[in-house]
Design a protein around this ligand. Structure first.
Ligand code: ADP
Ligand code: MG
Length: 258
């Protein structure tokens, strides 16, 4: 099997080629085209921020990258694996491609520490002590070491998101995906999570983040992708996309959120 380590620094670690995804219609309307011939390439260490209106396909695109959504057509390669190949080991793929969701998705009946230990045991086959040491180090890094024995229901949204990030990092992912990781948080919790994401970017993590935090996009993104109607409409440096959007659709979207 090809490992992520075989990818050279300037080579694409994510390659999305001609991806189409439709969802069956609900009711009398025709099927919904969520992704319409999407092409995207991300280099190792690059930080890409995806912006765009609600329903433009941002979440669907992220979810295709770790096979939470199966595509109708096209090819996706990520971290040395071919997502669209039916023989791909999905648990390993999802360990290599960490994903952080808006709603944390922690195991509710497990403590913070257990949430970070368990996937290491199951997917990475680490010993109990190795998994525990790594989990404690990561809970410390994300600032919730003192909450290790708390259940998700006993944690604030910001703390749960910190645990979720630690859980992903414990798998030593090659890529991290963030889907509106701060959208469900109280305002005073947002900055801390964005700081964590910024720290990961500074450490060289390859990241694709869907966010409405334009300050984060400006400061941290190497590239901003604007999606609309299931398509990548613009892609460029944040300064270029924000200051001088090329399409009417991007202009309209940016004028609404500024
Ligand atoms: P965004 O994240 O940009 O708001 P999504 O990727 O969630 O957009 O959705 C893109 C389109 O696909 C929308 O029209 C949405 O209604 C549709 N869609 C997404 N997920 C599903 C699903 N599981 N079943 C049916 N339609 C879906
Ligand atoms: Mg979404």
């Amino acid at each position: 099997m090809t490992g992520a380590s075989t990818i050279a620094p300037d080579e694409a670690i994510i390659d999305v080629v001609g991806v189409r995804k439709t969802f069956p219609s609900i009711g009398s309307r025709g099927g919904c085209v969520a992704l319409d011939d999407v092409h995207m390439s991300v280099r190792r260490g690059e930080v890409v921020v995806i912006i765009g209106p609600s329903g433009s396909g941002k979440s669907t695109l992220l979810r295709t990258l770790n096979a939470l959504v199966a595509v109708d057509r096209g090819v996706i390669r990520i971290a040395g694996r071919e997502v669209t190949d039916p023989k791909t080991d999905l648990p390993k793929l999802r360990a290599d491609v960490g994903m952080v969701f808006q709603h944390f998705n922690l195991f509710q009946h497990k403590t913070a520490l257990e949430n970070v230990v368990l996937p290491q045991r199951v997917v990475r086959r680490r010993s109990a002590s190795e998994a525990r040491d790594r989990a404690l180090a990561l809970l410390d890094r994300v600032g919730v070491l003192d909450r290790q024995d708390h259940y998700p229901g006993q944690l604030s949204g910001g703390q749960q998101q910190r645990v979720a990030i630690a859980r992903s990092l414990a798998m030593d992912p090659s890529v991290m995906l963030f889907d509106e990781a701060t959208s469900a948080l109280d305002p005073e919790m947002i900055g801390g999570i964005l700081d964590l994401m910024r720290g990961l970017a500074e450490d060289g993590m390859t990241m694709v983040a869907v966010t409405h935090e334009m300050g984060f996009a400006r400061d941290v993104a190497d590239r901003v992708i604007f999606m609309d109607g299931g398509a990548v409409v613009e892609s460029g440096a944040p300064e270029a996309v924000f200051a001088n959007p090329q399409s009417e659709r991007a202009r309209r979207f940016l004028s609404q959120i500024h």
